[in-house]
Design a protein around this ligand. Structure first.
Ligand code: ZN
Length: 293
């Protein structure tokens, strides 16, 4: 099934209401070049401020694409599979973190969301009484759309994939663009910084995943824990990295990926597949992988 016509209309209306040419204080060319150089297609994206939200609501009406993320000021961005579009929200704490860390932080967030958009599983399905939904985003099965009691699977791999791209973007970007970060924390983007996670213990994170929060303190996003976990798996078993790229479009590669992860430890793939998008879930899994390497 193709994208339903009413979704396609909303998508066009959003692109027309928020043309990317109007995006200020962000080097979108640099983001696009980075993704293109990795063979990734640039899907439509919007960078929104708080004042833009009402217009988005007007266009999408009662469609529940955002699952509360339009209103919740703490969300930095989202990829909406139904519209096949990426969104970055520059407001609240995210806006403050951009002031502390520089525009490169918002560029990294856009790289992350467009990273999710590289999923080539573009199948729409409908179930009785529900609107059309996309059941797989890359490594993640989004069955929750068919009932709140059904948990999502594959969140760690999907978030890890998107945020490894974030980390690579920050690492690859010229020094002068990340001067706020380097002045505070140094030049070596692979340097490990220790973060205490409540209830989990200490984890180490490479500097490329660290941003400066509203108080100018080093901080990491939940998805970065997943990225570093995935990075460590790639180091431990070099067969994994190419399968991550192939897995964006090949079910056969997804099967091989599970086998290669389980070569590190039997049952590790199944262990990583379950769990929510939380500090506790991703942090516990990262701590486990750190204990293996
Ligand atoms: Zn994400």
């Amino acid at each position: 099934m193709e994208m339903p016509p009413d979704y396609a209309r909303m998508r066009n209306d959003l692109i027309e209401a928020f043309p990317k040419e109007n995006i200020q204080n962000m080097d979108i060319l640099s983001v696009e070049k980075f993704l293109t150089s990795r063979g990734m297609e640039i899907k439509p994206y919007l960078v929104l401020e708080e004042d833009d939200i009402s217009k988005v609501r007007e266009i999408i009406g009662s469609a529940d694409f955002f699952h509360g993320m339009l209103e919740g000021g703490e969300f930095a961005g989202s990829y909406i599979p139904e519209l096949d579009m990426a969104f970055v929200f520059r407001r609240g704490k995210v806006k403050e973190a951009i002031s502390s860390s520089g525009d490169i932080f918002s560029e990294g967030l856009l790289v992350h969301e467009l990273g999710h958009a590289s999923s080539e599983y573009r199948e729409y399905v409908t179930t009785e009484g529900k609107s059309a939904a996309v059941p797989r985003i890359g490594f993640c099965l989004t069955e929750h759309q068919f009932g709140d009691s059904v948990p999502m699977r594959g969140l760690l791999l999907e978030e890890g994939w998107a945020d490894m791209l974030y980390g690579d973007y920050i690492a690859d970007t010229p020094k002068e663009k990340k001067h706020l970060l380097t002045e505070a924390l140094g030049d070596d983007m692979e340097r490990l910084i220790t973060f205490p996670l409540p209830g989990i213990g200490k984890v180490e994170m490479p500097l490329k995943y660290v941003y400066l929060d509203e108080d100018n303190s080093p901080s990491v996003r939940i998805t970065s824990l997943a990225a570093y976990a995935l990075e460590l798996l790639c180091q431990k078993n070099p067969n994994i990295k190419p399968l991550l790229s192939e897995g964006r479009h090949s079910v056969d590669a997804l099967r091989k990926l599970a086998q290669e992860i389980n070569k590190i430890e039997p049952g590790l793939y199944e262990y990583l597949q379950v769990g929510n998008y939380t500090l506790d879930s991703f942090g516990t899994k990262l701590a486990h992988i750190l204990s293996l390497v």
